[in-house]
Write a protein that binds this ligand. Structure first.
Ligand SMILES: NC(=O)c1ccc[n+]([C@@H]2O[C@H](COP(=O)([O-])OP(=O)(O)OC[C@H]3O[C@@H](n4cnc5c(N)ncnc54)[C@H](OP(=O)(O)O)[C@@H]3O)[C@@H](O)[C@H]2O)c1
Length: 236
């Protein structure tokens, strides 16, 4: 049966790979993207089941407006993937060199972005819907060994909290919410290090892994919400 899937960050990296795989599986995809990429536009030529909306997740007005289009289509969402995110290589520095204002930008996109999408997608969620928030192992307080990347790690921990709170709110409605670490990926965000490393996975591999959980959430025990691409639970 064809699913209706919402994907943020669908222009490249993991978001693009997830959108593409769902389209290939015969699903309908509602894609939110910041700047329209050629690859996403060319995907639209191949798949009429792809709808694209340009939307900056740091703007409440733009997210609200983009999701209003769903009301017109009377769609209900089977899977909501919050994948869009930002990271700055130059933030791998100690506190003395940390740009605090950039932490605000990271919080706005990585934490409040998914929260905005959940808020405005809420009317379209139903029993059986899955919300897959791609955060990171960087959001784990318990396992943190970093001595820098303050803004990114804090923004991902905040998104974990938003997800847990939303999951509590959804209790009894049959809606599963996950926080997911996709692995170190050979994407623009993964950077040169990931591209050259045998330890990093491709966006296609990462997409297959996250989709496996999103389409069959029942394989993950009810008490597991924060997990990685090997399906291993992570410490909050
Ligand atoms: N890469 C890794 O190794 C890794 C590891 C752990 C977790 N993650 C997480 O996995 C997710 C996907 O990562 P990726 O490697 O696929 O990243 P990516 O290749 O850099 O793609 C990120 C996507 O997010 C979009 N985006 C950025 N700012 C946005 C905004 N304000 N509004 C709407 N969309 C925006 C980008 O759009 P534009 O291109 O138009 O800016 C792009 O499509 C992220 O949440 C990331 O934090 C990645």
């Amino acid at each position: 049966m064809s699913r209706f899937v919402l994907v943020t960050g669908a222009g490249k990296g993991l978001g693009y790979a997830v959108a593409r795989r769902h389209l290939e599986a015969g699903d309908r995809v509602f894609a939110l993207e910041y700047q329209l990429t050629d690859s996403l536009l060319s995907l639209q030529k191949d798949f009429s089941a792809l709808t694209i909306r340009k939307c900056d997740l740091s703007s409440t007005g733009e997210v609200s407006e983009a999701l209003q289009d769903l009301a017109a289509s009377r769609a209900s969402i089977d899977i909501l993937y919050n994948i869009a995110g930002i990271f700055f290589e130059s933030d791998r520095v100690p506190l003395e060199e940390t740009d605090i204002d950039r932490c605000l930008l990271l919080y706005n996109v990585n934490s409040l972005g998914p929260l905005r999408v959940m808020k405005y997608a809420l009317p379209f969620l139903k029993q059986g819907s899955v919300v897959m928030n791609v955060t990171s192992e960087a959001g784990s307080v318990g396992d943190c060994t970093r001595k820098g990347e303050y803004g990114y790690s804090m923004s991902k921990a905040a998104c974990n909290m938003a997800s847990k709170t939303f999951s509590n709110q959804m209790q009894g409605r049959g809606i599963r919410v996950f926080c997911y670490h996709p692995g170190w990926m050979k994407t623009d965000m993964g950077g040169e290090g990931a591209r050259l490393s045998p330890d990093a996975i491709t966006a296609g591999q990462a997409a297959a892994a996250v989709m496996d959980i999103a389409v069959r959430p029942e394989q993950i025990p009810e008490n597991v919400m924060y997990l990685d691409y090997t399906k291993s639970p992570l410490n909050w």
